[in-house]
Write a protein that binds this ligand. Structure first.
Ligand SMILES: Cc1ncc(COP(=O)(O)O)c(C=O)c1O
Length: 436
């Protein structure tokens, strides 16, 4: 029996069913965009720990910073005794992501925890309770973030969910255009949004709208620019806070530090995690002091958030990202992947849509060229086939039919092209076999 098979058998015997798995892959070592399993087999990593490894597996400066910090101080609990890495990271994030003149930052352990805290802050700042979120959204697996999450399959049997959450359709032009031009579609969606404030929940009751510029788990659906700008205006008009969830989109993934930079919009609050720590558990909520400081002492925090080692890892990650110009890498990887996918679409009718922003690029697999006939089975077969050929890749979308690229942005061109060519040949093989 192979070492990987043994490990998977032990895994399945000891961890609960609810902890799903994308594949039967194991991992013992990672470097850059490469991963090795328990039997020493090498993989090109297009999953990047689900968008965590923009700076690659184990970047040396980050490893060094972690080692150095562990020798100095591992934990105090920040409210018990303040330490510099926490403060320095907050200062660094406020400089990278200014939310108006006076920006404040709260550190968390994860993306879900960032979302939880953003909601608590928005409610305290506005004195309102309602939260509006979107179909296709994914914001985490804690109770509020799970409530905000759309995919019902991720929530089965976990309710009752948090109250005062209202869900509206995401402006998904590919699936919901009804033959309209993009401009007319955006107008319709914004009109509908304002209507909801009269028909679903009164504006005076709404604390915040939470939105991803590119839905990550939802299948890399990109929010139209004019929609986001219009939404921002409507929020301002009614005193509703705009929360942009940058957990998956942040830190170079879309070719910019923040995906909202593509939109010319600065949110009231933003949430971060994943690639900001290269794999260490760290997240953040960023907002203007006028919002962030409307919070009562003791309502935010926890034992571990902003742990010194995680802060050191994040500071080193950011410094390294600046040094290697992570954003231009994101842009380059994105261009290569999107061009490759556009060509592939001409060869493979099962590809219904090619889309993305920067290196957040994906293909959507459908039957009969119909956006409403998702082919989740083909996606699953493709993932398994690619894994067998040495390419680790994951899917997304509420129907699991979107193949997404979240490779480290430090991936070399030969590695990227090798991975894309494995994807192409396996997709061609599977779709040809289906025709027979
Ligand atoms: C956009 C977005 N928000 C929040 C989360 C939750 O983050 P975490 O898994 O760190 O709790 C995720 C995770 O995939 C995400 O993609």
């Amino acid at each position: 029996m192979k070492k990987s098979d043994k490990l998977i058998a032990r895994r399945n015997a000891i961890v609960p069913e609810g902890l799903g798995s994308y594949s039967a892959l194991t991992a013992v070592k990672g470097k850059g965009a490469l991963l090795w399993d328990a039997d020493g087999k090498e993989y090109i990593d297009f999953a990047g720990g689900i968008g965590v490894l923009n700076a690659g597996h184990c970047p040396k400066p980050v490893v060094d910073a972690i080692v150095k910090q562990t020798k100095q101080l591992i934990h105090t609990c920040f409210p018990v005794a303040a330490y510099e890495p926490y403060v320095q990271l907050c200062e660094q994030l406020a400089t990278l992501f200014p939310h108006g003149k006076n920006t404040k930052v709260l550190l968390t352990n994860s993306g879900a925890e960032a979302i939880e805290n953003a909601i608590k802050i928005a409610r305290q700042a506005t004195g309102r309770q309602g939260i509006i979120c979107y179909t296709g959204a994914f914001h985490g697996r804690t109770m509020m973030s799970m409530t905000l999450t759309s995919k019902t399959g991720n929530k089965i049997g976990c309710g009752p969910y948090a109250p005062e959450v209202y869900r509206i359709p995401f402006p998904d032009y590919y699936k919901r255009n009804d033959g309209l031009s993009l401009e007319a579609f955006v107008k319709r969606e914004l009109r509908a949004f304002e209507d909801y404030l009269h028909t679903m929940v009164d504006a005076s009751h709404v604390a915040a709208v939470v939105i991803e510029m590119v839905q990550g788990e939802g299948g890399f659906v990109v929010a139209p620019t004019e929609y986001v700008r219009g939404l921002h205006k409507i929020c301002k008009k009614y005193g509703i806070l705009l929360i942009i969830d940058e957990v998956q989109t942040g830190f170079g993934r879309t070719g910019k530090w923040a995906s909202y930079e593509h939109y010319g919009v600065i949110p009231d609050l933003s949430t971060w995690a994943k690639s900001m720590g290269s794999g260490m558990p760290i997240g953040a909520v960023i907002g203007n002091a006028s919002v962030m400081d409307k919070t009562t002492k003791g309502t935010l925090g926890g034992t571990y958030p902003g742990n010194p080692v995680a802060c050191a890892a994040s500071l080193a990650t950011i410094e390294y990202m600046k040094k290697i110009d992570i954003n231009s890498k994101g842009e380059k990887v994105g261009k290569t992947v999107l061009n490759f996918f556009k060509k592939l679409k001409r060869e493979v009718p099962a590809i219904g849509d090619v889309r993305g922003l920067g290196a957040m690029a994906a293909i959507e697999l459908v039957k009969n060229n119909d956006p409403h006939q998702p082919d989740g089975d083909l996606a699953k077969q493709l993932l398994t086939a690619c894994t067998a050929k040495g390419l680790l890749i994951i899917n997304a979308g509420v129907n699991g039919n979107v193949i997404r690229i979240l490779s480290p942005l430090v991936i070399s061109r030969p590695q990227l092209m090798k991975g894309l060519n494995i994807l192409r040949s396996e997709l061609l093989r599977l779709t040809a076999a289906k025709k027979k």
